[in-house]
Design a protein around this ligand. Structure first.
Ligand code: NAD
Ligand code: MN
Length: 356
């Protein structure tokens, strides 16, 4: 049976424009080995350059051509000359919120050959997946500013949690925990200081946990969780947290697993009403953009998540094996990992592994 996947490719800005074309090459190489599966990429040139021409990061009706796609592959939004809140809200969050991709899933492992900055951590002691609430909370977008520039200026960002929003993301995270060998989940909270919404978050966790009697769970304050990640990484497995809390924890997780350049993520609509979006967790990396120095592994691993989500588990496993073969070789480490390899060397090596 021939399968042709329609993928929207949105490189965005900075090194996003470098790593996404590399990822397309890798996916084409996979389909060359599996002739019954094809990837058809439609390219969208949205981002900072588009903004300079049109005054918006993506067209007003830009979600329409994405709607029918099987998945979206995304690079990064962020331009040195445009304020970050404009690039982020005008592109990435417009897609995440427009398609209600409420579960942001971030696996973290120490891949073969990669050094963790943790002194006493064996590679198999760090195997986490963080589920980030991706539609509300601290990044609901509600709030405002008045009297700008005057001494009486006022500004607010309102954090909103809804029962529906909390239940669905926690239920997704418990189900994910159930599917992993450890069957353990840690619910991150801050209900000592945030005494309304986070208290509801805790109460809902107690209710949702009852639906999963085979999953063990515990609760951790977000600040204590940072220390636990460093001191007892083996005590954690699946983690669920609000938008801001998980944003911070997952950058820490990426650094503890070796580099921001390796970490992948999926913005998932678990109900599959809309396409889900896969991207490396890093940003535009202004300091290295245009130099061919970017580590493409985070993007390749995101493609593995995409393949798994599309039901192509064998293809995903094949790509992951190729990635791990390549990271195991220090000669193929990019500068963020302390090596001297260029992005192209890593891509070529991954393609060579796939084609073996
Ligand atoms: P960043 O992730 O772009 O860079 C942080 C550091 O990590 C830099 O030193 C960079 O060189 C390095 N790095 C990141 N990815 C790398 C890779 N693949 N290979 C090698 N080194 C890598 O974060 P930042 O500097 O905070 O943000 C830069 C811009 O990107 C900002 O405009 C920000 O808003 C945006 N951003 C976008 C996203 C997104 O679209 N999902 C995420 C984070 C930041
Ligand atoms: Mn972030």
């Amino acid at each position: 049976m021939n399968k042709k996947y329609q993928i929207a490719s949105i490189p965005g800005d900075g090194i996003g424009k470098e790593v996404i074309p590399e990822c397309e090459k890798v996916l084409h190489a996979l389909s060359a080995q599996n002739k019954n599966i094809e990837f058809n990429f439609e390219h969208f040139d949205w981002g900072g350059d588009y903004y300079r021409k049109h005054g918006v990061m993506m067209p007003e009706d830009g979600l329409d051509p994405l709607r029918s796609k099987d998945a979206i592959l995304f690079g990064s939004a962020g331009d040195p000359k445009i304020p970050d809140h404009i690039t982020l809200w005008g592109l990435r969050l417009k897609i995440c919120q427009g398609f209600d991709q409420y579960a942001n899933v971030r696996p973290t492992r120490i891949l073969p050959g990669i050094q963790t900055p943790l002194r006493n951590c064996q590679p198999d002691q760090l195997d986490w997946v963080i589920v980030r609430e991706n539609s509300e909370g601290e990044y609901s977008g509600l709030g405002g500013r008045a009297h700008q520039g005057h001494p009486i200026e006022v500004a607010s960002d309102m954090s909103i949690l809804t029962r529906v929003g909390v239940e669905r993301v926690q239920r997704y995270a418990f189900r994910l925990a159930q599917s992993r060998p450890r069957k353990h989940i840690t619910v991150i909270t801050k209900s000592n200081a945030q005494r309304h919404a986070m208290v509801m978050w805790d109460e809902i966790a107690v209710q949702v946990a009852k639906e999963f009697p085979d999953v063990t769970w515990d609760k951790e304050l977000v600040d204590a969780a940072t220390a636990r990640m460093v001191n007892h990484p083996e005590s954690l497995d699946t983690i669920v947290a609000t938008n801001l809390h998980a944003d911070v924890l997952s950058d820490l997780a990426a650094a503890l697993a070796g580099s921001l350049g390796i970490a992948p993520t999926g913005n998932i609509d678990p109900e599959r009403r809309y396409p889900s979006m896969f991207e490396p967790i890093h940003g535009s990396a202004f300091d290295i953009m245009g130099k061919g120095l970017a580590n493409p592994i985070g993007t390749f691993w995101s493609a593995v998540m995409m393949l798994d989500f599309l039901g192509e588990k064998d293809l995903g496993a094949k790509l992951m094996q190729a990635i791990e073969k390549v990271t195991a070789n220090p000669k193929l480490h990019t500068r963020d990992l302390g090596g001297t390899a260029m992005m192209k060397d890593v891509t070529d090596a991954v393609i060579a592994e796939i084609s073996k």
